[in-house]
Write a protein that binds this ligand. Sequence first.
Ligand SMILES: *Cc1c(COP(=O)(O)O)cnc(C)c1O
Length: 358
Amino acid sequence: MRDIHQLVRENILLLEPYRSARDEYSGDRHHIFLDANENPFESGYNRYPDPYQKKLKSTISEWKNIDAEHIFLGNGSDEIIDLLIRIFCYPGKDKIMSLNPSYGMYKVSADINHVQLVNFNLDKNFEFDTEELLEKASDNNIKILFICSPNNPSGNAFEIDKITKVCEKFRGIIVVDEAYSDFSEKGSMMNFIHHYQNLVVMQTLSKAMGAAALRLGMAFTSTDIIRLLNKVKPPYNINSATQTLAMELIKNRAKNRDEIRKIKEHRKMLEVRLKAFDSVLEVYPSDANFLLVKVDDADQMYQFLLGKNIVVRNRNKAYGCSNCLRITIGNSQENEQLLDAFYVYSKTKEPLPISKSE
Ligand SMILES: *Cc1c(COP(=O)(O)O)cnc(C)c1O
């Protein structure tokens, strides 16, 4: 691994970040604040939010059992992906690498920043060979490697041993996107951030925690990378409502554990029952809250489900996913309606034309 500072764009290293009023002075509410041109009449939201989200980070620190200085918060994980690309990649020169198929935002963020995305194609079980991956990642211009685990859209999580082997050898920044790790038994890379200075683990409130609308993404990483993220982020990227609501949500997370348990039970049930249909060719093993399902004709099935007011994700065009739909695990009633629709589809489908012998 190279020194983090050798990987950073020089302009970012030299950047003098914007200093907000609350950077210059952050006293408590007994102070008279005449420094930020806010409206003095109390509304509950007339003041700018805490730019470093100290209270929320201390709540997350307890929850995840990690020091607050290793936590960065973004306006969704999507903001963190963009910030990392901007910190480490020179537009028009550097590259990022991701597994293929994987989450679409890596490519969109790379494209926006004029950074090339190099795909590493997964095998037919959506696995990778560590040596082959490292070989392809050895290009010096590949600054960031994104590993989504559990992977979207395939659903499988990678073995921790495999990911740590990649961390041992790759000399750029490794981002492990754990948006779905709460649904997985395979463990988290969180514990390794103290071991690998170039490792960033991303999690989010958008999936298992049931708070996609709040837009809160978390990155856990070395203090060197935290400092860079703080330099580049918009000063008030997490609004006050999100900071307050996220703290409440995390404090009341007992209810959430129950939801996750139910979703995992439903996943098992759906897997078994979907496999029973002739039109379903394969249900891939999932460590996430969705199933990748190979059907006889994904485009036709997608339209059929839409006709029944059921929206799934058609992944037919994604690498290695021909005729695959990505189906999120719903509540009991939603899952039953989905299964009903599959049942009706199987019954009404045109039988194959039987060639008559003359
Ligand atoms: C849904 C998802 C996210 C979540 O992004 P947010 O911006 O935090 O909502 C991140 N990574 C992957 C792979 C996802 O599927």
